[in-house]
Design a protein around this ligand. Structure first.
Ligand SMILES: [Zn+2]
Ligand SMILES: [Zn+2]
Length: 296
């Protein structure tokens, strides 16, 4: 069993793509790791594979926060539930909690029903009865949860016709990270993103994808500038094939702070860094700092 990642204390992109299959960009996923334990925001297509590439295993994941139930955000959640349970044959694990909007309980219940044959076979071989069933907490705007060193707050976003889609704010000490989930521009996200140390925002390039329920890259730049985001990550890239400079050129029309175009396994924060600044020691931000611009 993989037992790596004990030294990891930071935030990494797992998947930075969309439903379109792309060997370089998995479906949505971000991991917050500390002391050998982890929580995920979204668990899309291939996110578990990326987690393994970081040297971590499913047994180390204590919580998953689902933004919404599109396949590029939840496709690997059934796999996580199952392989984590299989890993419990090596010894009891802390419970897995899945947080998400209404419909999450049904999704997890359907997962367990889909794997009834697998579950029955492994129970017959002695895997602990009941441990396969995660705790499910359906959350709405303003709900808060504490996982390890992180306090997570859900907030509404607008991904209509998905009726209930969430973004999440993650606080650890004074550092505040906001993950947009999938959304068109909306005031609730703008309020949460105001002054955020780190904003991971979905981005769509004009002429691609479904513009009615996503956010164009220029609008991401406008938002980040207007509400004073301190660092910006463009992720959930539609399409995932454009050069970084194309994205940066569009976002920099409005936002002059540090911005990076996400890629899978990119590290965004590091709490093991000397000096206590979880962002200062992360290489991506050194490159992202615009020259000659006073960010304060
Ligand atoms: Zn979506
Ligand atoms: Zn999506």
């Amino acid at each position: 069993m993989t037992d790596g990642g004990k030294e990891k204390d930071g935030v990494w992109c797992l998947g930075t793509g969309s439903p379109r299959l792309d060997g370089d960009r998995m479906g949505a996923g971000t991991v917050f790791a500390h002391g050998g334990r982890a929580m995920l925001i979204d668990c899309g297509i291939g996110a578990l594979h990326r987690l393994a590439e970081l040297g971590m295993g499913a047994h180390q994941v204590d919580a998953v926060f689902v933004t919404h139930h599109h396949v590029d955000h939840v496709a690997d959640l059934p796999g996580l539930v199952m392989v984590r349970w299989i890993a419990s044959r090596h010894g009891p694990l802390p419970p897995l909690t899945v947080y998400g909007p209404p419909g999450t309980r049904r999704f997890v219940g359907a997962t367990l029903a889909s794997y009834a044959v697998d579950i029955a076979s492994r129970r017959a071989l002695g895997l602990p009865d009941g441990a396969v069933t995660p705790d499910v907490v359906e959350v709405a705007d303003g709900a808060r949860a504490t996982v390890g060193p992180w306090t997570v707050t859900a907030f509404d976003v607008d991904h209509h016709p998905i009726a209930e889609a969430l973004g999440y704010q993650v606080e650890r000490g004074p550092a505040r990270t906001v993950v947009s989930g999938d959304t068109r521009p909306c005031s609730s996200l703008a309020e949460r993103a105001a002054g955020a140390d780190l904003l991971l925002h979905e981005a769509l390039y004009p002429g691609y994808g479904q513009a009615s329920y996503h956010t164009g890259v220029e609008d991401v730049g406008r938002l980040a500038a207007r509400v004073g985001v301190r660092r910006l990550v463009l992720t959930h890239l539609i399409p995932g094939t454009l050069p970084d400079d194309t994205w940066l050129g569009a976002v920099r029309l409005h936002y002059r702070g540090p911005v990076v175009v996400a890629r899978d396994l990119l590290q965004l924060a590091d709490w093991s860094a000397v000096g206590g600044d979880p962002f200062g020691g992360v290489p991506c931000w050194a490159d992202a700092e615009p020259k000659g611009v006073d960010l304060r």
